[in-house]
Design a protein around this ligand. Structure first.
Ligand SMILES: [Zn+2]
Length: 458
């Protein structure tokens, strides 16, 4: 079960690492450390800038990052890596095409690969964790394993776009980090950042999402929007900070710039197809590319385009894991795990695959019965996984209650009212009392489902 305590009347004295305010803070959230065996942590809400910072302070040193937990890469490649999220802010900078690109904290290097293929400039990355070198070899790209400022290969080199996505919350010295990023920018270059939004951490947010955003032990602090803007304005004349629900996006430069966020699909979708087609073996990289391309094309209503990667994904799942992961009933049984290591022998995207398979079945094959079974499997697999390791099931957890709603609608369309009522009642019960659940339905969804429930009577 997800473990988040909301603290009340817990004053805290000590300096805010982001704005320096020393008094008036309150400890707001208590949470278990991400690593077993480590003491619990608190996050303190700054009285000055409303950011959150960890107590005890700091975060795990980089030696941990070089020794990633077992199965980290499998999850990352199959579903965890937010390739779109990592790419979209840099692609959105007007005039970015053709400019050189540096991604600090590039992970496996998907953005670097996508940039050189789709944007036309030279691209490089920095990644201290071991999967950076794994990606560099597999994708054939330049990834350096030394920090900017201590990196002879990049000394004196400047880039038109420098980005650091979900990195600044890990660094010990924010000012030095920004100075290093600035030094790698061309005079008219643009810095692109993102980081978790401290303002999103509220009791109304889903516990699984809170734990993922706090990453207890790995994030030294979470910026409030105003704190991020203030720190960037100490280095740059032009700063835009955008609040995007749980994340903050920021662009900063010495000269005026423009951002146009409509442009990313034209780079992202062709990249996914290139990545998928370049895979000559059925492995996690192949499956991750195929799954993402299937989902993105389906979400855009491109059913014939979605079918090709879907079929490739299913062929790979059948070969790697056996046919049971594709059948909704046997897959749901396999997903009733009590230990996350079970996913060494299961696809991490299994729940999300069944959700999107249900939509494809409904739209392309007009088979409500199969759609209902796939939706049911998606919800069961995601809830079971989310209870054990919520951080590994974020995408699927966001779909759980929509899956049950859609399952109910599919049963209702078939005139099968008993399972329709059961699916709707599950949503309403989870909304009324979410104890023990890693995610709850939104009020908006619950209200729609209450209407469906009235329609099916009983
Ligand atoms: Zn502060």
């Amino acid at each position: 079960m997800t473990d988040v305590d909301w603290l009340t009347d817990t004053p805290f004295d000590g300096g805010c690492p982001l704005c320096g305010t020393r008094v008036g803070h309150r400890a707001e959230v208590g949470v278990a450390h991400s690593r077993p065996g480590q003491p619990r942590l608190r996050f303190i809400r700054c009285a000055g800038c409303t950011s959150l910072f960890a107590d005890p302070p700091g975060c795990m040193p980089y030696d941990f990052a070089t020794n990633l937990p077992e199965d980290y890469l499998k999850h990352y490649l199959e579903i965890g890596a937010g390739i779109h999220a990592m790419l979209r802010r840099a692609v959105a900078v007007r005039g970015a095409a053709g400019r050189d690109f540096l991604d600090v904290g590039c992970g496996y290097g998907f953005t670097v690969d996508a940039w050189r293929r789709g944007m036309g400039g030279a691209a490089a990355g920095i990644e201290l964790a071991a999967y950076g070198q794994a990606g560099a070899q597999r994708l054939g790209i330049a990834i350096y394993d030394r920090l900017l400022g201590h990196n002879p290969a990049l000394a004196g080199k400047r880039f038109g776009i420098v980005q650091a996505i979900e990195v600044i919350e890990h660094v010990a010295d924010v000012e030095a980090f920004l100075a290093d990023l600035d030094a790698a920018l061309e005079p008219d270059g643009v810095l692109v950042l993102s980081t978790p939004n401290a303002a999103f951490i509220q009791p109304s947010a889903a516990p699984a999402e809170i734990v993922a955003l706090l990453s207890p032990g790995f994030h030294a602090f979470l910026f409030s929007p105003q704190a991020l803007e203030a720190v960037l304005r100490r280095h740059f004349a032009y700063v835009t900070v955008k609040i995007e629900r749980e994340a903050l996006s920021a662009w900063a430069a010495h000269l005026p710039f423009e951002v146009d966020e409509r442009s990313v699909d034209a780079v992202y979708l062709p990249y996914l197809e290139q990545l998928w087609r370049a895979c000559t073996v059925r492995d996690s990289l192949h499956d991750g590319a195929a799954y993402r391309l299937f989902k993105e094309r389906l979400n855009r209503g491109d059913l014939p385009g979605a079918a090709l990667p879907m079929q490739a994904l299913e062929a790979s799942y059948r070969e790697r894991y056996g046919p049971a992961v594709l059948d909704p009933d046997t897959a749901a049984a396999l997903g009733e795990i009590s230990d996350i290591t079970a996913y060494r022998h299961l696809p991490y995207a299994m729940a999300a695959y069944h959700f999107h398979r249900a939509i494809y079945v409904r739209l392309a094959e007009h088979d409500a019965l199969r759609a209902a079974r796939h939706f049911n499997a998606a919800a069961r697999i995601a809830l079971a996984g989310g209870r054990v390791a919520p951080e590994k099931f974020q995408e699927a957890l966001s779909l759980v209650w929509i899956a049950r709603q859609q399952e109910g609608l599919a049963w209702a369309a078939l005139g099968n009212l008993v399972p329709a009522r059961a699916a709707f009642d599950a949503v309403l019960a989870a909304h009324a009392d979410g104890r023990g659940l890693p995610v709850r339905p939104t009020a908006q969804l619950a209200s729609a489902v209450a209407g469906h429930r009235a329609d099916v009577g009983g």
